[in-house]
Design a protein around this ligand. Structure first.
Ligand code: 13P
Length: 341
C-alpha cells in the first residue's frame, strides 16, 4: 500500500470548492430514474445521459473532484469512441467505481440487509484500477423502524465496510466508506442522531481492527435528519448542528474529508444543509458533497432523453454543482437559486 498516494487522492477528492458526482446508479436504479422522465433505459441512452454530464466542462473542471461510476459505465465509450473514463480525466476529475453488488436480506433480521460483493473483490479492484479507477465506493444501508436496526445489522454492515476498505487500500484504491442511515421512516432527528452515532462508532472500530489507514479514505455518511414521514421536520440549523456534533463525536481528525450523500433530500435542502454545516466550521475534516439525486434530478428532468435538450441539462447540472461548491465554502445564498430560476 502506498499511503502517501492514497492520501493525495483522498485530499483531491475533497479539495476546497469541489465535491463528488455520484453517477453510479445500478441498472435497476437508473431505470427507475429514466422511467420518471419517460426514457427507455438502454445502454446507449445511459451512455448519452452520462456523457452529457461528464462533458459539462464548467461543472467538471471547477466544481467536481471525482465521479463514481457503475461497472457498465467504466467500460463504455463516448459517442466519438473516447472511453468515458478518459472524458472524465480530461475534464480534470478523478474516476471512481461502485464495487458493492447491492443488498440482500440479512438472515433472521427482518427488514434488514447486507451488501454482497466481498468475494472476488481483490481481483475486481485490480481490474478497475487498470480501467482507471482511483477510488471506490461501498454503500451499507441501515433502516430505522420500531424494532430496527438490530445489533447484528450494525455489526455485520460495519465489518463488511471495513473488509472492503482494507482490500481497497491494499490495492492502492481510496475507499469511500458509506454507512447510510436511511431517511425513509417517521422517526425524528434525535433518533437518527442516536442510530448514526451507533453506526459510525462501530464502523470506526472495525476500520481500526482491520488496519485501515484513515488518512487514505473518505467517509460518506448521511446527515442527521428526520425521516420523510416524520410529523416534525428538523430545521436547517438543527440538521447542521446535530450532524456536526455526531461527526465530532465519532470521526477521527485523521480522515481527510467527509462527503455527504443526499439520500432523498430535495436539491435545495441538500445544498442548504451543507452550507449551514460549513458555516458552523471549526472541524478537522473538509465537509463536501457526494450527491446522486441532489445533483442529477434537475439535469435529468431538463434532458428527458432529447438531444436538443443537452445544453439545458448541462446548464441545470452546472448550476447545482456550483451551488454545492458555494456550500462547501459557506457562501451559498438562497437568492442565488431564485436568480437562476
Ligand atoms: P444520493 O445522493 O442520491 O443519496 O446518492 C448518493 C449515493 O452514492 C448513494 O450510494
Amino acid at each position: 500500500m502506498n499511503l502517501a498516494e492514497l492520501n493525495k487522492v483522498a485530499q483531491a477528492m475533497v479539495a476546497p470548492g469541489r465535491g463528488i458526482l455520484a453517477a453510479d446508479e445500478s441498472s435497476g436504479t437508473i431505470k427507475k430514474r429514466f422511467d420518471a422522465i419517460g426514457v427507455e433505459s438502454t445502454p446507449d441512452n445511459r451512455r448519452d445521459y452520462r456523457e452529457l454530464l461528464f462533458r459539462s466542462s464548467e461543472a467538471m473542471s471547477k466544481y467536481i473532484s471525482g465521479v463514481i461510476l457503475y461497472d457498465e459505465t467504466i467500460r463504455q465509450n463516448a459517442k466519438d469512441g473516447t472511453p468515458l473514463v478518459k472524458v472524465i480525466e480530461n475534464s480534470g476529475a478523478i474516476p471512481g467505481i461502485k464495487v458493492d453488488k447491492g443488498t440482500k436480506p440479512l438472515p433472521f433480521c427482518p427488514g434488514e440487509v447486507i451488501p454482497e460483493g466481498l468475494d472476488g473483490l481483490r481481483e475486481r479492484l485490480a481490474e478497475y484500477r487498470r480501467l482507471g479507477a482511483k477510488f471506490a465506493k461501498w454503500r451499507a444501508v441501515i433502516d430505522i423502524g420500531p424494532d430496527i436496526p438490530s445489533y447484528a445489522a450494525i455489526m455485520t454492515n460495519a465489518n463488511a465496510l471495513a473488509r472492503y476498505a482494507a482490500l481497497c487500500q491494499e490495492g492502492d484504491i481510496v475507499p469511500i466508506v458509506e454507512p447510510e442511515v436511511l431517511m425513509d421512516g417517521d422517526h425524528d432527528a434525535e433518533r437518527c442522531y442516536v442510530i448514526t452515532e451507533w453506526l459510525l462508532k462501530t464502523v470506526f472500530e472495525q476500520l481500526y481492527y482491520q488496519k485501515v489507514a484513515l488518512e487514505g479514505m473518505v467517509l460518506k455518511p448521511n446527515m442527521v435528519i428526520a425521516g420523510k414521514k416524520a410529523k416534525n421536520r428538523a430545521s436547517v440549523e438543527e440538521v447542521a448542528e446535530k450532524t456536526v456534533r455526531v461527526l465530532k463525536a465519532c470521526v477521527p481528525a485523521a480522515v481527510p474529508g467527509i462527503a455527504f450523500l443526499s439520500g432523498g433530500q430535495s436539491d435545495e435542502e441538500a445544498t442548504a444543509h451543507l452550507d449551514a454545516m460549513n458555516r458552523i466550521g471549526g472541524v478537522p475534516w473538509r465537509l463536501t458533497f457526494s450527491y446522486g439525486r441532489a445533483l442529477q434530478a434537475a439535469p435529468q428532468k431538463a434532458w428527458s432523453g432529447r438531444s436538443e435538450n443537452v445544453a439545458a441539462a448541462q446548464r441545470a447540472f452546472t448550476h447545482r454543482a456550483m451551488m454545492n461548491s458555494l456550500a462547501t465554502r459557506a457562501q451559498w445564498k438562497q437568492d442565488l437559486e431564485r436568480k437562476a430560476a
